[in-house]
Design a protein around this ligand. Structure first.
Ligand code: XMP
Length: 521
């Protein structure tokens, strides 16, 4: 069996050099969907680091800059010295053209959206594809003159040089985005690059991955004990399941019930891990402490800080009771550690604020175990399913660390928490029933800090207002409000006002991000 590990150089790797595109991670995920391993590094990473990766191919991502300006990012020289295939996408193509002697101009109009690509000359990149392809464009600049030794491969009506390839070397540039689903045949184009051009091997497979991760964990921690803050979220749950399989009772989990979780969530976490999987889980019933600390506070940032600090205090005091712990496990995943272009290196082992254990007693001196550190969320989910975790847990929408604390606007009280849990649970239950849950990226209810008048029978009711929020997004950085059917919203609204006495009105949030954020606080 192939030994798979990030440090194992036998594994074929595609390097995605990041020029700052919002799609960079998507490119790397699309590569991995083809069972080929990929890593992302910023465009200005050292040449030594690139050599260390030993890529079998390099993809230059898009980016927000213009190569027509001086001092904008360029591909490091080593990209061309390694004699391996290179694919430039959008900005990646423009810098490729510019660096190889072609010219790029700023087009009068930014092209954004669908375009019809016409293949002009045979190219391995478009092997076996139709002559006309509907592609997704998003650019301001375009290549005006081909570099010497390059052939034109394809055009659109507004970009005469929409794809190009070197006459003898495996160097390609495309102006459009093959990684987004709006590009017809985008998958085929990437597959042509991976398999026909890079001859990449499909070594990145889930089965092999789990067994090699188990070996890695055993090797790292031996017979020592490992502590894990279990939140019930996907990342910490999969980390728990993996570590349990590797070291069984030497994994000690601490689950803090802060009283700000969704309805039934605390019980379902305990049921899954303690009752069904027999994990060593210590449950800290701390709702009262959190409520006490939050009393009277209405400022969103202060509320977040209080919840974060209280979490650390509770977690630390539970951890301090444990003996002989040597390691701390974290569900850090790849997007948490990717160095993005232009940013300071965050390779440093940042402790996720969500599982914030930054205040652990000094004398514990724990080393970190992060078995999901190089995985994308969809890979973590696949691993969770393979490890036998319940699908509802794995496919659940994201939930913020401060929980309902940032969905109860204004002061958090126990009564409000119960009302919100009930309303949220009705919304989610109906989304699942209507087969809409998986079609939206995140959906939840919020409790507004105003009351409104309603009538029930002949009686006037002055009660709470619930806001419903549902969004569609790829990366949670931008999001559109989900156009849920009116009939569906009516059903949810009726159920909420009829079943929850303390609610008199339901509103639906029709703001996208930006300018609104997904959460209300
Ligand atoms: P916003 O509200 O910033 O949210 O548009 C983007 C995504 O992040 C989640 N979120 C959080 N997750 N701790 C977390 O673990 C937090 O403090 C936090 N705040 C927001 C939010 O639910 C959405 O998925």
């Amino acid at each position: 069996m192939t030994k798979l590990s990030v440090t194992d150089k036998k594994i074929d790797t595609i390097l995605v050099l990041d020029f700052g595109s919002q799609y960079t991670q998507l490119i790397a995920r699309r590569v991995r969907e083809n069972d080929v391993y990929s890593v992302i590094l910023p465009w200005d990473i050292s040449e030594d680091k690139i050599k260390e990766v030993k890529p079998v191919g390099i993809i230059l991502s898009g980016g927000p800059n213009s190569v027509t300006k001086s001092y904008t990012p360029r591909a490091p020289k080593i990209v061309f010295d390694l004699n391996i295939p290179v694919l430039g996408i959008c900005y990646g193509m423009q810098t490729l053209a510019e660096q190889m002697g072609g010219s790029v101009i700023s087009a009068d109009q930014k092209e954004f959206g669908h375009a019809e690509l016409e293949l002009i000359n045979e190219s391995k990149l478009f092997h076996n594809l139709n002559k006309n392809i509907n592609v997704w464009m998003s650019h301001g600049d375009q290549v005006q003159d081909l570099p010497e030794d390059f052939n034109l491969a394809a055009s659109t009506s507004t970009a005469p040089i929409a794809a190009m390839e070197h006459k003898s070397l495996p160097i390609y540039g495309i102006q459009f985005h093959p990684e987004v689903t709006h590009t017809e045949n985008g998958k085929d184009i990437l597959r042509n690059f991976l398999f026909d051009i890079c001859n990449a091997k499909t070594d990145w497979k889930m089965d092999d991955l789990i067994s090699s991760r188990l070996d890695d964990i055993k090797k790292q921690v031996g017979d020592e004990k490992v502590l894990l803050g279990l939140s019930g979220g996907v990342d910490s749950s999969v980390t728990a399941a993996l570590l349990h399989k590797a070291i069984d009772k030497n994994l000690v989990c601490v689950f803090v019930n802060n009283g700000l979780l969704r309805k039934g969530e605390a019980n379902s976490v305990m049921k899954t891990f303690k009752d069904n999987m027999n994990l060593n889980v210590i449950k800290s019933e701390s709702a009262d402490i959190f409520l006490r600390h939050l009393k009277g506070e209405t400022d969103p940032e202060q509320k977040r800080k209080i919840i974060g600090r209280t979490f650390i205090d509770v977690f630390d005091s539970e951890a301090a009771k444990l003996k002989d712990i040597k390691y701390l496990a974290q569900g850090t995943i790849y997007p948490d550690v990717i160095e993005s272009s232009g940013s300071e290196s965050n390779e440093a082992r940042v402790i996720k604020s969500h599982h914030n254990v930054g205040g652990l007693p000094e004398e514990m001196k724990l080393d970190l175990v992060e078995p999901l550190r190089d995985l994308f969320k969809d890979e973590v989910r696949r691993m969770g399913i393979e490890l036998g975790l319940p699908e509802e847990m794995i496919n659940r929408h994201p939930f913020p660390g401060p929980g309902l604390g940032v969905r109860i606007l204004g002061e958090v009280t126990k009564d409000k928490t119960l009302i919100l849990q009930e309303a949220d649970s009705i919304f989610i239950e109906e989304l699942i029933k209507a087969d809409l849950y998986d079609q939206v990226s995140q959906a939840f209810a919020v409790l507004l800090p105003v009351k409104s008048v309603g009538v029930v029978g002949d009686e006037r009711r002055y009660a709470e207002v619930i806001g419903l929020r549902a969004v569609e997004t790829v990366d949670f950085m931008t999001a559109n409000w989900a156009h849920l059917p009116y009939d569906f919203l009516e059903l949810v609204s009726n159920r909420i006002v009829n079943e929850i006495e303390d609610v008199s009105r339901v509103v639906y949030d029709i703001s996208s991000k930006p300018p609104a954020t997904i959460e209300w606080e």
